[in-house]
Every structure is written in C-alpha cells, then in structure tokens.
Ligand binder design. Structure first.
Ligand SMILES: [Zn+2]
Length: 336
C-alpha cells in the first residue's frame, strides 16, 4: 500500500485547540481537540497535544507519513516559532511553541496567525489555487488578513505583516475604541462585533422602528442582525450596508498596495453574502484608481468554515515543502 503523506494542522484558540491530520488534497483523516484553558503551563500543553496527535496518527495506521506541524495561533510568529503576548490565551509573554514541539520531533513546526494560515489554505486547497497575488480577509469577532504576493505569503520583517484590521478607517476621525488600544480601527466596524456596534449607533440616531430595538447589546449577535435584514428590517439592512462600505473603502487601499487578482472574504460575516459583498464591491470600485477598476475579483472563500482553521494550519506544511524542500526535514517522517 502506498504511503500517504499527511500534515498536522493545529488551531490554537482561546477556548479549544483543534487539530487534524490532513492529506495533500485537503481531506482530514483524523482529528481531535483539547481544552486550551486547562493548561497553565505551555510545556504540558504541547506534551499533551503531541501525545494526542500520536494516538490519532496510530489510528490511521502505518501507511501514514507525517510531514510536519502547521499551527495557527493568535500572535503566531513564523520567524521564531513563537506566540507573543496573545491576550486571549492562558500563557503570558513569549511562548516558544516550535521549540517545545522540537523536544519530541525533528519535523518542521510552523506557527503563524489564523488569517495567514487561511490565506495559505486558500492557495493550497481553495479558490486561490493557481493564483499568485491575492488577499484573504477573515471576518470573525475581529478582522484578520493574509497577503500573498508573487506566490508567497507576506510575513514581513518580524513575522507580523498584514494587520489591516488595525489600520484606521478614517484617520483621526473615529472615536470607536479598539481592543488593541487604538481608536477607529477597521475591525471596530468590519467584524461581527463591529456590525453590532454600528447597528446600535444607527438605532440611536434613527426613530425608525426595528425588530432589534428590544434587545440589549449583550443579547444581540451578528446572526440576529442578518436574520432581521433578510426579513427587510431597515435598520439591520443599513448596518450591513455601512459595514460593507467601510470594508470596500479599505479594500480599495489594499488594491493600491498589492494589486491582487482577487480578494477572498472568509468567516461569519462573509456568510451574509450579498449583504456584505454588494456594498463592499460597490464602494471598493468607487474608490479604486482607474487602472484597477473592474479587474479585482471579490470572492467567497472556498474553504469550508467548519474545517478551515485546521486546513489552513496544515497547508503551511505543504507550502513549506514547495518553497523550502531541503530545510528542516526528516527522511522517515516518523513520530518519535
Ligand atoms: Zn485595533
């Protein structure tokens, strides 16, 4: 039987850590999870995680050859293999994640943030296959971005390139506080939380009726606003319109910086489809330099939302072998 090469994709989140063993075509052959918050000590976390991966690998059988560990984590630094000052995780300061893994394995261990992992995932398994220049915007509770230029993900000098979620939407003109400590960041408008904040602002300024007026800020979520918009609730529609416009305005800048073939939207808000895509497209086009007009595709991610984090993380390994085939690899690929 032919040996099947598998990459381990690990998504470290504030609550759960999920991993999967993924083949080159994006099929997840085994998966499991552990509760991130149960581990105060990162060394014990990695040892437990490694043990679980080993067990999952054994279930697949001797025909599986592991190629490496790709990890998506907040504040993941590809250059150093570290997680640095991630507010949402139980570990303080700088966590030497790759070094902790290398106590158990000589295989490549690659760490980056989830938006970068999503961008590589789109390139390896998704709608960006064959594209050399594109951008992925992840729209969850925050806004992340990953840039691929000339076929390679842009990591930057310190490994933290592509934080457009924390660039200002109207420099000096918005007082909306961001979790990063700045004001008026794109993420405070274009994210599930941003949509909610915008809706409440619109409700405060308007006297029009809305089915959402009876809910408090804490009770509301993006899905409720989506459902109301679908039923024709005018204020919910205006909240989506505003969110899409803010995004489109920023995407026009993104195009000027990187001249992408396509921009992919991924995550919760992207599932609102036309409610987000139409205003984003319209406002992007309106603000593009004429040399770019009508040329940039605004597309839905082709990674399934459910597995995207694990798939994106695993794709780091395939991408690594494409570009650095001789670095940091073992011949036998066996778990030690
Ligand atoms: Zn910010």
């Amino acid at each position: 039987m032919a040996t099947k090469q598998l990459a381990v994709g690990i998504d470290i989140g504030g609550t759960n850590t999920i991993f999967g063993l993924v083949d080159r075509d994006g099929n997840i052959l085994a998966e499991d999870r552990l509760i991130t918050t149960h581990y105060d000590e990162p060394g014990i976390f990695v040892a437990t995680l490694y043990e679980k991966i080993k067990i999952a690998g054994q279930k697949i059988g001797a025909s599986a050859e592991l190629m490496g560990f790709g990890i998506g984590a907040p504040m993941g630094n590809i250059n150093k293999g570290t997680i640095e000052y991630a507010a949402g995780l139980p570990w303080k300061g700088i966590v030497p994640l790759a070094d902790l893994f290398h106590k158990f394995t000589d295989l490549p261990v690659l760490v980056t943030n989830d938006a970068n992992a999503a961008a590589v995932g789109e390139m390896i398994y998704g709608g960006a296959q064959g594209m050399k220049n594109f951008v992925v915007i992840t729209l969850g509770t925050g806004l992340g971005s990953g840039f691929v230029i000339d076929g390679k993900l842009v990591y930057g000098h310190d490994g933290f390139a592509g934080e457009i979620g924390h660039t200002a939407i109207k420099p000096g003109q918005s007082n909306r506080d961001c979790g990063c400590g700045k004001k008026g960041c794109l993420e405070t408008y274009v994210s599930a939380t941003g949509l909610k904040r915008t809706l409440l602002k619109i409700m405060a300024d308007s006297i029009q009726p809305s089915e959402l007026r009876k809910y408090s800020f804490d009770e509301l979520d993006a899905e409720m606003i989506y459902d109301a918009a679908k039923r024709g609730d005018n204020l919910a529609l205006r909240a989506f319109q505003h969110t899409g416009r803010m995004l489109g305005f920023k995407l026009a800048d993104v195009v000027a910086y990187t001249n992408p073939e396509a921009i992919f939207l991924f995550g919760g808000l992207a599932l609102a489809k036309d409610l987000i895509f139409e205003p984003a497209k319209e406002y992007m086009e309106e603000n593009l330099l004429s040399i770019y007009k009508g040329k940039v595709k605004l597309l839905e991610s082709e990674l399934s939302t459910q597995n995207a984090a694990v798939m994106g993380a695993s794709s780091l390994i395939w991408s690594h072998y494409l570009y650095q085939p001789k670095i940091n690899t073992r011949q036998d690929g066996k778990l030690q």
